[in-house]
Design a protein around this ligand. Sequence first.
Ligand SMILES: O=C(O)CCC(=O)C(=O)O
Length: 276
Amino acid sequence: MIELTEDHKQAFNRDGFAIVAGVLDAETIEAARAKFPLLFQGKFETGVQPDEWNWREGRDSDQLTRQICNGWKADRTVAAIVLREDIGRACASLRGWPGARINQDNVIWKPPGSKPLGFHQDDSYQDWISPTEMMTCWITLDDTTASGGTIEYVRGSHTWPKAPPIAQFHAPDDPLQDLKSAAKSAGVAPDIIPIEIPAGSAVFHHGRTWHGSRDNRGEAPRRSLIAHCMSSEAEHHPTNVHTVYSRYKRQGSLELDESFFPILWREDGYRSAWLP
Ligand SMILES: O=C(O)CCC(=O)C(=O)O
């Protein structure tokens, strides 16, 4: 159970991220790790393909970071982690939202030698919802190190304005390229913090906190499961569309359908009925 302390809340408000230890036990970590090869081979437990599947075994270069979005639709082990009630409660509480629903999950696999993900703000990719705000729980399945391609955050950057999507997300030559321009506009030198934490720990980050990850120069893989949440009150944007996620919009309604964007936790005790 995630129980946020005053220290977590202060760190989050000050830095734009907060580390929470002991979110997954050893058995759950092992079970989740075992799903990674299957998912990237296209062996989907539920028979349903994830919404985005950016690396496929046999098709894509081993040098790329592997990413799936909405692995929860394909796999029940992933679903049982990223759709947890306490993740929704913690995200809502850190943002002052009345509740939280899943926006999308990410399954990230960075084998040794794999390339960076460019530094970005998550909110830059959320124009298809209103309000355009995300809040993330990033969970590591491996002990992380600075040289092993861990996630890195720019301390305090959650107070910077929202920037456009970055020039190149996957395997950019310079993962800091867009961050450098944003920092210049903000008039500060970016204070970049690589997160070194044990497997099973989580980091909660604000949708405007700049973050990314560099090459994995270590010997071990770095695997993560990521729950990107939005407010339980969020809706589809009336005019902006996302090529993938606006497919779930019903005609004549802006409501986010709970079958695809379930409510993980709400302050009145509600949680989408199908989740158990
Ligand atoms: O795990 C990573 O390398 C990046 C994750 C990320 O971009 C996110 O959690 O928003």
